[in-house]
Design a binder for this molecule. Sequence first.
Ligand code: GRF
Length: 207
Amino acid sequence: MKLLKLGILASGRGSNFQAIWNSIQAGKLHAQVQVVISNNADAGALDFARSQNLPAVHLERNQFDTKEAYVQAFLGILEQYAVNFIVLAGYMKLLSPEIVRVFRNRIINIHPALLPSFGGKGMYGHFVHKAVLDHGCKVSGVTVHLVNEAYDQGPIVAQQCVPVLAGDTPESLAERVLKVEHVIFSAALQLFAEERVEVIGRSTLIK
Ligand code: GRF
């Protein structure tokens, strides 16, 4: 088994990060958190990281004069903390192509719907669940996928359906979906620790 040395990237409250952290503590996920990085200084994810004495870094483009300096600093932090796998846990920025290249097939994201539907730029949070309801879908779900250069288009690693119920609001659906996210994300990561994920073109084979 391979120890995943995680770099967690999160922009918001960080409940997925906390679920991953809990899985590690419970011995269900063979990983350790090396550093938590957020583009948002007020992210709950950074607060939680600090509460656990984990390195927590606020990093965003406007702290640097050039995009190149920003990307170099980003890569430098990942190297400094010996990150070997990146987890996008509610990270609202597109990762720069340089980072995707260096960590090819070692970056995963979670999306609160069944990709390739309801993904892409602008499809996040409330907007996803509202679109699912506006389409009258009877199921939604969760997708964990590898990250490539385009939003929500990398090879899918795991998916799970979540029913849409009569009277659902974006909020009630989001809550039901989030519960599944908290289970499936750690489980998908553990597949990488067990080296069971083979990438074949646009898809993955779980061995
Ligand atoms: C989750 O719904 C996730 O699917 C999406 O952003 C949200 C992050 O929630 N990518 P949290 O910050 O992990 O609580």
